[in-house]
Design a protein around this ligand. Structure first.
Ligand code: FES
Length: 78
Protein backbone atom coordinates (compact mmCIF):
# COMPACT_ATOMS: atom_id res chain seq x y z
CA UNK A 1 0.00 0.00 0.00
CA UNK A 2 1.04 3.59 -0.60
CA UNK A 3 -0.72 6.96 -0.38
CA UNK A 4 -0.60 10.40 -1.96
CA UNK A 5 -0.97 13.27 0.49
CA UNK A 6 -0.95 17.01 -0.19
CA UNK A 7 1.83 18.73 1.75
CA UNK A 8 1.92 22.51 1.67
CA UNK A 9 4.69 23.21 4.19
CA UNK A 10 7.84 24.65 2.68
CA UNK A 11 10.21 24.40 5.60
CA UNK A 12 11.19 22.31 8.58
CA UNK A 13 9.42 21.95 11.90
CA UNK A 14 11.79 22.73 14.74
CA UNK A 15 11.54 20.61 17.84
CA UNK A 16 13.23 22.20 20.85
CA UNK A 17 14.78 19.79 23.37
CA UNK A 18 12.94 21.70 26.13
CA UNK A 19 9.69 20.49 24.53
CA UNK A 20 10.68 16.83 24.77
CA UNK A 21 8.24 15.04 27.05
CA UNK A 22 9.63 13.81 30.34
CA UNK A 23 8.28 11.55 33.05
CA UNK A 24 7.99 12.50 36.74
CA UNK A 25 11.68 11.64 37.29
CA UNK A 26 12.78 13.91 34.42
CA UNK A 27 13.63 11.04 32.08
CA UNK A 28 12.89 11.47 28.39
CA UNK A 29 9.70 9.79 27.26
CA UNK A 30 9.48 8.24 23.79
CA UNK A 31 8.22 10.48 20.98
CA UNK A 32 6.55 9.08 17.90
CA UNK A 33 7.12 10.86 14.59
CA UNK A 34 4.48 10.32 11.92
CA UNK A 35 5.67 8.19 9.03
CA UNK A 36 2.29 7.58 7.38
CA UNK A 37 1.68 11.25 6.46
CA UNK A 38 -1.86 11.34 7.87
CA UNK A 39 -1.22 13.01 11.23
CA UNK A 40 -2.89 16.37 11.83
CA UNK A 41 -0.27 17.06 14.49
CA UNK A 42 2.76 16.79 12.22
CA UNK A 43 5.51 15.85 12.78
CA UNK A 44 4.10 13.85 15.65
CA UNK A 45 1.98 10.73 15.35
CA UNK A 46 -1.62 11.32 16.41
CA UNK A 47 -2.89 7.80 15.84
CA UNK A 48 -4.30 8.47 12.36
CA UNK A 49 -2.20 5.59 11.00
CA UNK A 50 -4.60 3.13 12.61
CA UNK A 51 -7.22 3.93 9.96
CA UNK A 52 -4.88 3.18 7.06
CA UNK A 53 -3.59 0.02 8.70
CA UNK A 54 -7.16 -1.22 9.03
CA UNK A 55 -8.34 -0.39 5.52
CA UNK A 56 -5.45 -0.15 3.01
CA UNK A 57 -4.43 -3.14 0.93
CA UNK A 58 -1.03 -4.00 -0.55
CA UNK A 59 -0.79 -3.19 -4.27
CA UNK A 60 -3.13 -0.18 -4.07
CA UNK A 61 -2.20 3.52 -4.10
CA UNK A 62 -4.55 5.66 -1.98
CA UNK A 63 -5.18 9.37 -2.59
CA UNK A 64 -6.47 11.27 0.45
CA UNK A 65 -8.51 14.47 0.65
CA UNK A 66 -7.12 17.77 1.99
CA UNK A 67 -8.13 16.85 5.53
CA UNK A 68 -6.24 13.55 5.30
CA UNK A 69 -9.32 11.78 6.59
CA UNK A 70 -10.97 10.24 3.54
CA UNK A 71 -9.70 8.29 0.56
CA UNK A 72 -10.89 10.04 -2.61
CA UNK A 73 -9.26 7.74 -5.13
CA UNK A 74 -7.72 4.29 -5.27
CA UNK A 75 -5.36 3.20 -8.01
CA UNK A 76 -3.53 0.02 -8.77
CA UNK A 77 0.04 0.64 -7.53
CA UNK A 78 2.29 -0.64 -10.31
S1 FES B 1 2.35 7.25 11.91
FE1 FES B 1 1.16 8.79 11.02
S2 FES B 1 -0.35 9.20 12.48
FE2 FES B 1 0.82 7.63 13.35
Amino acid sequence: MARLIRVEASGPIKIEPAQFPRDEQGNLKPMFICACGLSKNSPFCDGAHKACRASEQAGTLYVYDRDRTAVVEERRDT
